[in-house]
Design a binder for this molecule. Structure first.
Ligand code: NDP
Length: 465
């Protein structure tokens, strides 16, 4: 039968998505810039090759597709995507859809959608989460684009998506950049969750003095309870691996400097531009940046010493602290989604987003089922922090978080994400904060004026009399 969709870019992710489609009985056409990759790909496809029309170049790929065409590119979403669009726009016809399934900056996606619309073409920004394994067997997907493109793609995407209780983890979330924005914030939450887990590893191993197998067992035990999540599960696994070359635990031979490609940073930048701040994601981005400054850390360790006190904490307290930290990290992430939805008129549905994150994606976690239910019940002001379903978790968990952060801080063990969660919570629950002092300072040095509690309009302080 005619291919339903064309895939361009048979790298790690493109090949996995293509095989997933072929596996689900979807006829596809596929190609790659470097044509020599194609025969290897077809060999890997084995029996699935009967659903794949492999062609040597972009022109042949476009010619192989019935109209209106759907062409999915899984190539770097930066310069290569613009060069790709330069090539394909003249080959396409009104009504065709181009899909960018990579990790794009949503501003680029918006600009590209506007560019294609001038040619009566549709541009979809499709956030795909789950890594290679997810792409091959069922990713979580966040689609931004037109209704026309969604009606074209829905049957394909619903078939290849991860399923939660049978429901596909994909939806049309909004126009143009909405899907890529939601994917960006997904990754921001992923950064925060990874940082919190890493801080907890430090507390258990170095603060409580547990050995690695015991730390792994603890993560496994938490994974069986309300803290269950993919990241918790793989952390337990990672801690059990030994390095084949030295026989030492793998985590003990891996350099303590983490890379970042940009989605965490983008989340922070966009949050700030929207007048928001996601402190836990900021702490995670900072954590990666600090980790890369290993030479400075080595010098500072020599200058100031690395001593840290032992921690006196029990694991039940740490579990309660982790639960509330996870609620706060999601609350911050969804806060940014709401701000962007208001700013760009996307009408994002937080309950639906939580639902499609329940399976397939890297931040899949048991708690997401409760989060989607909490949003469905109507969280006050659309804020997870105020949702009645999480009231008990927050009220019970905050004393535990306070104890964990306080003990770690007193012992000199860094917990930037956990500490920032607490600072955010404590700030948000003060109806009267400290910005009155900041307003007075601004007026003093710059005549910026301030508002009064008891009168309308702009005012100046007595320092200007
Ligand atoms: P790979 O490096 O495995 O593959 C890159 C693909 O892009 C290859 O097919 C390559 O073709 C093609 N390509 C590179 N430059 C160009 C160009 N200038 N013109 C045409 N084609 C080009 O990368 P991934 O599959 O990992 O990543 C692809 C996208 O998926 C990225 O946007 C990434 O952010 C995103 N992504 C990746 C995830 C992951 O876990 N790896 C998860 C979610 C999204 P050639 O063979 O000719 O070099």
């Amino acid at each position: 039968s005619d291919p339903k969709i064309g895939i361009y870019g048979l790298g790690t992710m493109g090949a996995a998505l293509a095989l997933n489609m072929a596996d689900k009985g979807i006829a596809i056409a596929a190609s790659n810039r470097t044509a020599s990759v194609i025969p290897e790909f077809m060999e890997r496809a084995g029996d699935l090759a009967e659903n794949i029309t492999a062609v040597d170049d972009l022109k042949a790929l476009i010619d192989a597709l019935p109209k209106p065409r759907n062409l999915l590119a899984m190539i770097p979403s930066t310069g290569p995507m613009d060069a790709f669009l330069d090539d394909v726009i003249p080959m396409l016809e009104a009504g065709d859809t181009v899909i960018d399934a990579g990790n794009a900056d949503f501003h680029s996606t918006r600009a590209r959608a506007a560019r294609l619309a001038e040619h009566d073409l549709h541009f979809v920004g499709l956030g795909v989460s789950g890594g290679e394994e997810g792409a091959r067997h069922g990713p979580s997907m966040m689609m931004g684009g037109t209704d026309h493109s969604w009606s074209e793609l829905k049957p394909v995407l619903e078939k290849i998506a991860a399923k939660f209780d049978g429901a596909p983890c994909v939806d049309h979330l909004g126009p143009d950049g909405a899907g890529h924005f939601v994917k960006t914030v997904h990754n921001g939450i992923e950064y925060a969750d990874m940082q919190v887990i890493a801080e907890t590893y430090d507390i258990l191993r170095n603060g409580l003095g547990m050995d690695l197998p015991a730390v792994a067992d603890q993560f496994d035990a938490w994974n069986d309870g309300p803290l269950g999540s993919y990241l918790m599960e793989i952390t337990a696994k990672v801690l059990r691996y030994d390095d084949p070359e030295t026989g030492k635990p793998a985590v003990d031979v891996i350099r303590d400097s983490a890379g970042q490609k940009g989605t965490g940073r983008w989340t922070v930048i966009e949050a700030v531009k929207l007048g928001q701040s996601a402190t836990m994601i900021e702490a995670a981005v900072a954590g990666r940046a600090w980790s890369a400054e290993k030479p400075l850390r080595e010098l500072a360790a020599k200058a100031f010493g690395e001593d840290r006190g032992a921690l006196d904490l029990d694991v039940t307290t740490i579990e309660a602290a982790l639960r509330v930290a996870r609620v706060l990290e999601y609350a911050q992430g969804f806060r940014i989604l709401k701000a962007a939805s208001d700013e760009y008129d996307w009408n994002l549905d937080p309950a639906r987003i939580a639902e499609i994150w329940r399976a397939g994606c890297i931040i899949r976690a048991k708690m997401l089922d409760d989060i989607s239910a909490a949003f469905r019940d109507g969280a006050p002001e659309g804020q997870l922090l105020l949702a009645s379903a999480f009231r008990d978790t927050i009220q019970d968990g905050i004393p535990a978080l306070r104890q964990v952060v306080g003990t770690a801080v007193a012992a000199g063990l860094p917990v930037p994400a956990l500490a920032s969660a607490l600072a955010w919570y404590d700030t948000m629950r003060q109806s009267r904060g400290t910005a009155n002092v900041v307003q007075a300072q601004r007026d003093f040095f710059g005549r910026h004026g301030f508002e009064r509690l008891d009168a309308e309009g702009a005012h100046h302080g007595p320092w200007w009399d």
